[in-house]
Design a binder for this molecule. Structure first.
Ligand SMILES: NC(=O)c1ccc[n+]([C@@H]2O[C@H](COP(=O)([O-])OP(=O)(O)OC[C@H]3O[C@@H](n4cnc5c(N)ncnc54)[C@H](OP(=O)(O)O)[C@@H]3O)[C@@H](O)[C@H]2O)c1
Length: 271
């Protein structure tokens, strides 16, 4: 990805020199980490898979990027506190809370522990890390927080009810904090993509079909920070949102129940 030097410099001035990226071992978080590295940010790379994080750090080191690897499980308060502690001595100006995962299937048959774990990562960790970094950013007078929402955040989704609810939490939290933090110089953005080709579908047991490459997401997301409350990054996210424009939550929910039924056919033995 090539980006104008002036834009990269402006971003580093507003949100650098260090960025913390959770979910940096894969998918959208990894793509954002690579994009930020291209723009001269130093990176704290966080997720559970230490090997994947160290491989990314080694790749970035060849480009002269400073990194710090923090292998943590963000489904636990202990993991969130460990990441907060590990970043205390870095001059962090940007938090990208991209760690997250989805589940799918009829609510009555899903594993309740997995649903609770998803709530902990998708909501609990975002809340906890936002609380830590917002106060640090307010003290230094500037900073940015990017939360990963979803197109599924804007209505209930049969077949992925808990996942959609976690993203509704993120969307509402981000919208509220966007205005609340503005006077403190802290920009908050919610990125709400549609389907993206990452490790997400496999973990959620979904057959996603058509999806965007994660590589097309970083630029629209980073460009929207400080300008917008929510961004639908990538043409597919934008198109799907446009198709839903003006539809009631009930109708959107009905349409998405059909979409989810298609994506989970294999779970019912339908080929
Ligand atoms: N892909 C999509 O279609 C899509 C659409 C809308 C929104 N999103 C959202 O985008 C975000 C990134 O997802 P993705 O698509 O990039 O999926 P992904 O490729 O599966 O990446 C998920 C990342 O989250 C990390 N993670 C998961 N559980 C964790 C835990 N307990 N502790 C620490 N890190 C954890 C994973 O790392 P480890 O496994 O190494 O821990 C991985 O780096 C998620 O919040 C997702 O809900 C995705």
């Amino acid at each position: 990805m090539s980006i104008n030097d002036d834009i990269a410099k402006q971003r580093r001035r507003a949100y650098g020199p260090w960025a913390v990226v959770t979910g940096a071992s894969d998918g959208i978080g990894r793509a954002l980490a690579l994009a930020l590295a291209d723009q001269g940010f130093n990176l704290v790379l966080a997720a559970r898979r230490a090997t994947a994080l160290h491989e990314l750090a080694a790749q970035l080191a060849t480009r002269g990027v400073m990194t710090s690897v923090v292998a943590v499980d963000l489904s636990t308060p202990k993991g969130c506190h460990a990441l907060a502690a590990a970043t205390e001595d870095h001059d962090v100006g940007l938090l990208i809370a991209a760690a997250g995962f989805g589940t799918s299937g009829p609510f009555m048959t899903v594993n309740a522990d997995s649903e609770a774990e998803m709530l902990a990562v998708n909501c609990g960790a975002v809340l906890s890390l936002t609380h830590v970094f917002a106060r640090r950013f307010a003290t230094r007078g500037r900073g940015g927080i990017i939360m990963m929402g979803s197109l599924l955040a804007f209505q209930g989704v049969p077949g992925a009810a808990t996942y959609a609810a976690t993203k509704a939490f993120v969307q509402t939290l981000g919208e509220g904090l966007h205005r609340e933090f503005k006077p403190a110089g802290v920009d908050v953005l919610v990125a709400a993509p549609g389907p993206v080709k990452t490790g997400f579908a496999a973990r959620a047991h979904l057959n996603m079909g058509f999806a965007l490459s994660p590589d097309v997401l970083p630029e629209p997301i980073l460009a929207a920070l400080g300008r917008r409350i929510t961004v639908r990054p990538g043409w597919l996210s934008w198109l799907l949102e446009a198709a839903f424009l003006g539809q009631s939550r009930g109708l959107r929910s009905l349409i998405l129940s059909r979409v989810m039924a298609g994506m989970t056919q294999h779970q019912r033995g339908v080929t």
